[in-house]
Design a protein around this ligand. Structure first.
Ligand SMILES: Nc1ncnc2c1ncn2[C@@H]1O[C@H](COP(=O)(O)OP(=O)(O)OP(=O)(O)O)[C@@H](O)[C@H]1O
Ligand SMILES: [Mg+2]
Length: 387
């Protein structure tokens, strides 16, 4: 326990007396004869307790008390007061004194009271330490909670994304199976119908009413066949040839094909090839189809002008292509459907564009995702593995 005591009193005899009593009890005592010296001594020694005279010529005790309590909260103050100053004592306690003792004092009384003040001081300082420690721990816990929440959120988002990709993949696989089988089964009788229609028409007078009906029916059969072919294209890989191809060159070529349209729509092209990835083994036509369909969608959104962004980069594992537009964007509730075949919001759309894109990207073990802010635009992120 800290046993350093400073005594400030202008009466020499009091200084000598208290020093003697307190030293005999094992205290380390420092003395000052006026408030100014006393303040300097406190600054230097940082005592546990100051015994301070209320009546001093240079500075009044109340002012000195306030100064000490304000500047050194760990230093407690006990006041010496003269007889008959009980009202003053109340004021002193309010100003932060721990106790007061009337002069002349009884030796044992001085020691008892001082020990009492020291006991209280020890407890209070300890309490303060505990409070501070508790606050620090609470703060730490709060920080950990925030961090935890952040991580949970991040993981949930990742899981959601992974789940969406799985669902897409499953849809595609199911569709591929079903549509390939169905298209095959339906196209056979369809061809027979078409053949018989043509035979019937051979026996009709060209331009007659019956002939027109038959012709219309034949055209509808043709439309069904057309749809089935597209469905097959979306779900099944047609003939392909693998070569080492440069994705950068394919993007350039695709953009070339759109140059007239870009000009006509007043669209600004923002091309950013951050790095040139090594060639990959792929079918050039398939990759062209990917960029073609995504860029076509982007331009459709910007017939009144906007910015078409194409960003190419790569890391150790994959090539990254981001195709962005400043069009209307995609409503949140529709984002999950855009890769479905037949899903379209366009009067003349077939809804096959993105399902073909998805099939091709999956074929190469790649990934595709979309970020869209309705009213601001859309970004398609395409990743193709390097090996
Ligand atoms: N960049 C985009 N901005 C806004 N909506 C888009 C964008 N790309 C796709 N979409 C939405 O996704 C739907 C499906 O696109 P997808 O390319 O599969 O078919 P489509 O463009 O409608 O028809 P198709 O490509 O066969 O002509 C679109 O109709 C549109 O609603
Ligand atoms: Mg499209």
């Amino acid at each position: 326990m800290d046993r350093r005591i400073v005594v400030v009193d202008d009466e020499r005899i009091i200084l000598e007396l208290t020093s003697m009593i307190l030293r005999s009890k094992g205290y380390q005592v420092f003395t000052a004869e006026n408030a100014g010296d006393g303040m300097a001594l406190i600054e230097k020694e940082r005592p546990a307790v100051v015994l301070l005279d209320y009546m001093m010529p240079s500075m009044d005790g109340l002012t000195a008390l306030r100064k000490i309590r304000g500047a050194y909260p760990d230093t407690y103050v006990m006041m010496f007061t003269g007889k008959g100053s009980e009202e003053i004592a109340v004021e002193l306690m309010k100003a932060g004194a721990s106790d007061y003792i009337l002069k002349p004092f009884n030796n044992q009384d001085l020691v008892d009271r001082l020990e009492n003040v020291l006991r209280i001081r020890t407890i209070e300082l300890h309490n303060r330490e505990l409070r501070e420690e508790r606050e620090r721990l609470l703060y730490e816990i709060e920080q950990w909670n925030l961090e935890l929440e952040r991580r949970v959120e991040e993981k949930s988002r990742e899981l959601e994304k992974a789940h969406a990709e799985i669902v897409q993949g499953e849809k595609l696989a199911a569709l591929g199976h079903l549509s390939a089988g169905m298209a095959h089964e339906i196209r056979n009788p369809l061809n027979t119908i078409s053949l018989f229609m043509q035979l019937l028409m051979n026996g009709m007078e060209a331009g007659s009413e019956l002939f027109t009906y038959a012709d219309k029916a034949l055209k509808e059969v043709g439309r069904i066949d057309d749809l089935l072919i597209r469905l097959l294209a979306a779900s099944k890989r047609p003939q392909y040839e693998l070569h080492m191809v440069s994705v950068a060159a394919i993007i350039e070529r695709t953009l070339d094909a759109f140059s007239e349209q870009i000009k006509a729509y007043g669209v600004t092209l923002h091309k950013e090839f951050v790095s040139e990835p090594a060639p990959i083994l792929a079918d050039a036509t398939e990759l062209e189809q990917v960029f073609n369909n995504v860029i076509a969608n982007a331009l459709y959104e910007m017939q009144q002008g906007g910015t078409l962004g194409l960003r190419l980069s790569h890391d150790a594992e994959a090539i990254h292509v981001a195709v962005s537009d400043t069009g209307r964007g995609i409503a949140r509730e529709n984002v999950n459907q855009i890769f479905d075949p037949f899903y379209t919001t366009k009067a003349k759309g077939t809804g096959f564009g993105l399902s073909v894109v998805l099939r091709i990207v999956k074929t190469y073990g790649g990934r595709i995702s979309v970020d869209s802010a309705p009213g601001q635009g859309t970004v398609f992120h395409i990743q193709l593995p390097l090996e």
